[in-house]
Design a protein around this ligand. Structure first.
Ligand SMILES: Cc1ncc(C[n+]2csc(CCOP(=O)(O)OP(=O)(O)O)c2C)c(N)n1
Ligand code: SF4
Length: 319
C-alpha cells in the first residue's frame, strides 16, 4: 500500500492514479463490478495476488488470450476460492521463513468472488479459511444472483426479486426467502475485520479495502454491486441505484473492527424503499402492498442496527 493509503482516503485526490485493471474488459455497459475491482486494485497496488472464482468478473476479464489484470491472478473453481487463497498465503509464509522471498515484502492476497461463489458454493472453503486464520482479504461482490450464467437466484438474492429460477407468475412472486446475511455469518467466525461496502460511497469502500488488507488475519468485505442486466435498469443508473440502496437502508454500510461495531455511512433522513425498488425491472411485478412489506422488513433491520449502535444512526423515513 502507498503512504496515502496508510492514512486513509479522505478525498478523490488521495486515490492512486495507477491502474492495475486494464481497460477493454467485457463487463456489460454500466456494470458496477468494474468500478469495484478497479478501486480495489488501486488500494492493493502491484504486490498483489488475486484469486478469482468463476463469475462475471472472471469471464469478462480473462478472455483468452487476453487479460485485464496487471497483478498476479489465478482463476479458480467456484467452490475453492478461499482454499486456494489459503494455500497461497501459507506458501508465501514458508517461502519467507526460508528466505526465498524477502520476509519484509508486503504482499496482498485477495480472494474475489460473487454472491453465488461465496454465499452458496464457496461458503465451506470460506469458513475453513476464516477458522484457520489465514491473512487473506475476501471480497464478495454481490449482484444478488448468478449473473454470468443467466440470472439464477442465489442465497443472496433479496426476497421477492425476479430471477429466471424464481419466475414471476401465478405460482410465484419472485424469491420466497430472505437474503442470506453473509457478512454476519462471517462475523460469527470472530475474525479481525468484517465490513459491508457500496461503490457509491467509494472512499468508504476504499478505506475498508485498506483496513482489510492491513489487519493481521482474515478480513471480509461484502460489497453491493448493482447489475444492469440482472436487475434490469438503464446502464446510466448503476451508481444512483447503489446510493439509493444506502439512502433507503436496503443496504447498510458498517464495519466490525476487532469487536468494535460502527455504521460508517449514517443516514439521518431515510428514503422510502420504493425509490430503490421502482427503478429496477426485477421488481416490476411488485404491488404497493408488496413494497410496504419490504419497507417493514427494512424498518425492523434499521431498528436492530440502531439498537446495536446505541443511537439513531439511521433515521426515520422522510420521503
Ligand atoms: C460447482 C459449479 N457449479 C456450477 C458452475 C457454473 N457456474 C459458473 S459461474 C456460476 C454463477 C456465478 O455466480 P456468482 O458467483 O454470483 O457470480 P456472477 O456471475 O454473478 O458474477 C455458475 C453457476 C460451476 N462453474 N461450478
Ligand atoms: S451480468 Fe451484471 S454483473 Fe455481470 S457483467 Fe453484466 S452487469 Fe455486470
Amino acid at each position: 500500500m502507498s503512504s496515502s493509503t496508510k492514512q486513509g482516503y479522505k478525498t478523490v485526490f488521495d486515490i492512486p492514479r495507477e491502474e492495475y485493471q486494464a481497460p477493454g474488459h467485457g463487463l456489460c455497459a454500466g456494470c458496477t463490478a468494474g468500478t469495484i475491482v478497479r478501486l480495489l486494485l488501486k488500494v492493493a497496488g502491484p504486490n498483489t495476488i488475486v484469486v478469482n472464482a468463476t463469475g462475471c468478473v472472471e469471464v469478462s476479464t480473462t478472455t483468452f488470450p487476453y487479460t485485464s489484470w496487471k497483478v498476479s491472478y489465478i482463476h479458480v473453481a467456484f467452490e475453492n476460492t478461499a482454499a486456494v487463497a489459503s494455500g497461497i498465503e501459507a506458501a508465501i509464509k514458508i517461502l519467507k521463513q526460508k528466505g526465498v522471498i524477502d520476509p519484509n515484502k508486503q504482499m496482498n492476497i485477495i480472494a474475489l468472488a460473487g454472491d453465488g461463489g461465496t454465499a452458496d458454493i464457496g461458503i465451506q472453503a470460506l469458513s475453513g479459511m476464516l477458522e484457520r486464520g489465514h491473512k487473506v482479504m475476501y471480497v464478495m461482490y454481490d449482484n444478488e444472483a448468478y449473473m454470468n450464467t443467466g440470472i439464477q437466484r442465489s442465497g443472496a438474492t433479496p426476497k421477492l426479486a425476479w430471477t429466471t429460477t424464481t419466475p414471476v407468475g401465478k405460482v410465484l412472486k419472485g424469491k420466497l426467502q430472505i437474503k442470506k446475511p453473509m457478512a454476519e455469518i462471517v462475523a460469527a467466525h470472530r475474525i479481525p475485520y468484517v465490513a459491508t461496502a457500496n461503490p457509491a460511497y467509494f472512499l468508504d469502500m476504499m478505506n475498508k479495502f485498506r483496513r482489510g488488507l492491513e489487519v493481521e488475519g482474515p478480513s471480509f468485505i461484502h460489497v453491493i454491486q448493482p447489475c444492469t442486466t440482472g436487475w434490469r435498469f438503464d446502464p446510466r443508473l448503476g451508481i444512483k441505484i447503489a446510493r439509493l440502496a444506502t439512502e433507503t437502508a436496503m443496504w447498510i454500510n458498517w464495519e466490525l473492527d476487532h469487536d468494535e461495531f460502527r455504521v460508517t455511512v449514517p443516514v439521518p433522513k431515510r428514503k422510502h424503499v420504493k425509490h430503490y425498488i421502482r427503478l429496477q425491472g426485477r421488481f416490476n411485478h411488485l404491488t404497493d402492498a408488496d413494497i410496504e412489506e419490504i419497507q417493514k422488513m427494512v424498518d425492523k433491520e434499521v431498528e436492530r442496527i440502531n439498537k446495536m449502535v446505541g443511537k439513531e444512526i439511521i433515521g426515520p423515513v422522510v420521503e
